[in-house]
Design a protein around this ligand. Sequence first.
Ligand SMILES: [Zn+2]
Length: 616
Amino acid sequence: MNYRHMLSLVALGTIGTLQGQNAPYWQQKVDYKMEVNMDVKNYQYTGKQELTYTNNAPDTLKVVFYHLFLNAFQPGSEMDIRLQNILDPDSRMVTKKEVDGKTIKESRIASLKPEEIGYLKVNNLTQDGTPVKYHTEGTILKVELNKPIAPHSSTVFRMDFAGQAPVMIRRTGRNSPDGVALSMSQWYPKLAEYDYRGWNTSEYIGREFYGVWGNFDVKITLDKDYIVGGSGYLQNKNEIGFGYEDTGVKVPKVKGNTRTWHFYAPMVHDFTWAADPQFIHDKLDAGDGVTLHFLYKKYPEIWKRIQGDMLKTFEFYNQFVGPYPWQQYSFIQGGDGGMEYAMCTLIKGEDDYRSLLGTAIHELGHAWFQHILASDETLYPWLDEGFTTYIQDLATSRITGEAPFVSLYRSYDRYVKSKYEETPTHHSDRFNTNYAYSTSAYVKGSLFLRQLEYIIGEKQVEKTLQLYFKKFAFKHPQPHDLIRCAEEVSGMQLGWYLNEFMQTPDHVDYAVDKVEGKGAQTQITLRRVGRVPLPVDVFVVDKSGKTHYCYIPLRMQFGQKANPYSYERQVFPDWGWAYPTYSFEVAIPFENIQKVIIDPYHISTDIDRSNDTFQP
Ligand SMILES: [Zn+2]
């Protein structure tokens, strides 16, 4: 089926979505209608929100929760206190000060004045026309319902809210480092997700997001000179005199001081926008009805130059993972680094081409791993950051010719040797350091897939991602869903891999233990030093320079990968997990052995390469 056609069916709710072994899969749905008025002088806005919430859970809901993310940008918030206590605070969120010859890092949130903070205030809230009781704790609003929401029924919430875009501390707010006036992410009261685990009510401390799928209809009224870009399709380009087709055309005069931009974003789980009176707008036809938009004001040469490379990257992701289902994607200058949103990204300008290229390739990858495959970033940041980094490296190598994954292995090795490594099963806000969070999410998460190539083969990993996309687009996949796809594609048992590599503090380390002559044969003994088991590739090179590829499958994988090398392969009996060593014989006399080497192309994450090789 044409994927875009499928999107419209999903949006209409005509496709039943089933998955899993025991319970049928379900997910909540919420449709937003919002009208906001932004005062560009004091960064304050008021809004009306109408939200139609459909409870697809088998449970009756007596309460609902919303996120009020902007409340994090206030002195004394958990985000502020966390900044003051974490060992390695994000450099964007602190100011450095010299005190008695020591560098002290101070939270920028702690010193925000009332007119600089962020806030979201709910002024009244009704459920199906009747006021409900609610209260706010930090960044979470709890609502006690008058009328419980029965399974498979809908209810309508209406609220008035007021907000203030903070001085930019992290991701969102006013006057980005590039001077973009408004970077409006996490800017509206957002319904929390309810899934089989219950309500996701994580306080906003710094880390990422998890949202409810639905349609967003958003009208933004602001100063007539501002140009707006973001999630969704512009509905009234003729009326407001700004066509997304009219590249570079000056906005015509309008009556009054404001204009209203009307956007509609079907089947997304967030809505973000940015605005500036000096935005330059370019667009590129990406084929199949999709347009790439670029909105920027600083470093125009670099932002022009990147467009062709983004088209190549877009084409690669479409073919490698699956077809992009919406008709537009926007690269918008804004924010404080690079951050993915529905149908768009906000990226800091960057005066260095390679740096902007890396960020833009990464953020575009998130259109797939987060905005189509919407895993829970608070619990499994590696599922989107790691997988995005994996396809980012593949896309980058196609553009720059750089070898993929090399720097990732280096980062992982450094991390393992550091004293900061943590098991990637923490909630993403609970890691002791930002370093541990980011290395486990981005680096270990991408090497999870890379190492899966070692187990099932490179082509099979590509097929696994395609199946994962096909089965879980517009859903909330979990780590085991990816594993089940890999099992389906490879015919192997792989549950052990998720557990051993991502849910324990353990490592991969295989060693060549002994190599000895046995008449005309040579016996090779390997040792599993690390606790994470893997199948093993061994190259035995004889003195004529000929390579003999020996493959030892892991017993619990119940299968063999296809031979990835051009050398002839000998498959040996399985190695069971409990056996610390494994011996096998090759038909080469010991005197004729030049070298024995485990995992010769370093595809596994083996943490000690010094014991991988034997040379007589
Ligand atoms: Zn990312």
